[in-house]
Design a protein around this ligand. Structure first.
Ligand SMILES: [Zn+2]
Length: 497
């Protein structure tokens, strides 16, 4: 069997004014994708390794990935899509293609509001009208009519924070393989629930997601009254994009002969999800920025807790926010004498600020200079804060996106700055600046829930519900396109699957 694969991965935050372009993406092509799959834990690697092990001839096309950010440049998206389609057409010209299996995020949006994955899959379907087509999706996928019309079966992540990307790819590839070897058609039951949820309220280690995900896993095993479903997924959507398709989607993929069971089980899952809607809540203690800093100083200075983490959750680049909103920084700078009292510097990781990073790199380690921090992009929630800083450390060309890094100090505050929009969840970022976060008593970080590398060392985690493009209080976001009624914007609404 010969299978076409590839995919796009981007979570596009339509509240963020940055246009994500070519420089922000890492693009692999053809055999390069197969080579990368040996070391990667991405869903694409799960797909390719599974298909190769099954003896398939894999035809990799284009795999494009970028850190969540603002919507994607229309020109660049069209270029990527056309290249992927060209490679798919060439594969077909060279011999029969028996199936398509893609690694997608599901919430990539293009300038003008286009939902990228549905558009891409629709175009691929025109090239391959009759072969089985499966896809791996992020848990925060926004499932559109185009996606449902074109893809036969879906597998979504079952963990948040996401640790099962690879396994999700394996499942997407397995469904395709089973369909082809057994000669059975694929089917997906779908129920959309009019509901939006912030990621920070839906971690899978906590209720109600823990038991809802357990129910999905049960469905993938056979039971006395029904056969095993191929994949049961809860796709939560992405609330920081203003899109008419925002919803929670339950997808149960099965062989077509089991479509009635899939429909029934998808409805049951959706009813249960809706019944428990009131239980989705923040897992960590949370306050506004001012109260968060007060609680953090008290924890360190009076209770001796360390390290205490404060998430600047309204400006979380891993949820596509700009990374240059300044509410929390302004709060810290309003009472610098509090930071001065800390036994170690207050570590703030950090800011996406290209001009500030460039100025620090140019000045060099040890130099003192005047910079402004923040407010280049998110001018609604940030302004350029003038600071006199000392450059403590620089690290050019960090990581797969080749971002320059700088670490600067200002009184008893240390701040990391990136020249590219790469976020602050990468466990290698601070070590590249010679910093071990565990050595600091108070760490502010532009994240929502803490990534495992920080959670494992945090004596206490506080979430600041700060202002920014990933504002956690969805009720305060001025949506224009989201279909109403939708929970929790319309709290008293009724709904049945
Ligand atoms: Zn996600």
């Amino acid at each position: 069997m010969r299978i076409v694969t590839g995919g796009f991965s981007h979570e596009s935050n339509s509240l963020n004014p940055i246009i994500t372009g070519e420089d922000d993406f890492v693009v692999s092509r053809g055999g390069e994708i197969t080579g990368l799959s040996v070391f990667s834990r991405h869903s694409s690697a799960g797909i390719i390794q599974t298909l190769i092990r099954a003896g398939a001839d894999v035809v990799p096309t284009v795999l494009a990935r970028a850190v969540p950010n603002g919507v994607v440049s229309r020109t660049f998206y069209e270029t990527l899509k056309n290249e992927l389609l060209d490679r798919a057409r060439r594969a077909l010209a060279e011999g029969p293609v028996h199936g398509v299996c893609l690694a997608l995020h599901g919430s990539m949006k293009v300038e003008g509001g286009l939902c990228a994955e549905g558009d891409l899959c629709l175009a691929l379907r025109e090239i391959f009208p009759a072969v089985p087509f499966t896809a791996a999706l992020d848990m925060h996928a926004t499932v559109t009519p185009d996606l449902l019309r074109t893809v036969d079966a879906f597998a979504g992540y079952k963990t948040a924070p996401h640790t099962d990307s690879f396994e999700t790819g394996v499942l997407a590839a397995e469904m395709l393989r089973e369909s082809l070897t057994g000669g059975k058609k694929l089917y997906t039951a779908r129920v959309q629930i009019p509901m939006m949820i912030a990621g920070e309220k839906s971690e899978t280690a906590a209720e109600p997601m823990a038991s809802l995900i357990a129910a999905c896993k049960e469905l993938e095993k056979p039971a006395a009254d029904r056969p095993a479903m191929l994949a049961a997924s809860l796709l939560l959507g992405f609330p920081w994009a203003d899109c008419e398709y925002n919803a929670v989607t339950v997808l149960v993929s099965a062989f077509e002969e089991n479509s009635d069971t899939a429909d029934r089980e998808a409805r049951k899952l959706a009813e249960e999800f809706w019944r428990r809607r009131g239980e989705f809540s923040f897992r960590t203690e949370h306050y506004n920025s001012k109260e968060s800093m007060a609680a953090a100083y008290k924890a360190v200075l009076e209770k001796g807790e360390r390290p205490v983490f404060v998430s600047d959750s309204g400006d979380n680049p891993t949820a596509g926010a700009a990374g240059d909103a300044t509410e929390l920084l302004e709060e810290i700078l309003a009472t610098p004498e509090q930071a001065d009292r800390l036994p170690t510097p207050l570590l703030y990781s950090g800011f996406y600020d290209e001009p500030a990073a460039a100025a620090c790199l140019k000045a060099g380690e040890g130099a003192e200079l005047d910079i402004t921090l923040g407010g280049n992009w998110d001018r609604l929630n940030g302004r350029k804060i003038p600071l006199r800083v000392k450059v403590k450390k620089i690290a050019p060309g960090f990581g797969p996106y080749h971002s320059d890094l700088a670490l600067v100090s200002c009184r008893n505050i240390l701040i990391s700055i990136t020249s590219k929009h790469i976020g602050f969840g990468d466990e290698k970022l601070l070590p590249a600046l010679g910093i071990n976060a565990a050595d600091y008593c108070l760490v502010a970080v532009k994240l929502g829930y803490l990534e495992p590398c920080f959670r494992s060392i945090a004596a206490r985690a506080i979430m600041a519900t700060s202002r920014g493009c990933s504002n956690e209080v969805l009720e305060t976001i001025p949506y224009r396109k989201v279909r109403r009624p939708i929970y929790p914007l319309d709290k008293d609404m009724e709904w049945h699957a």
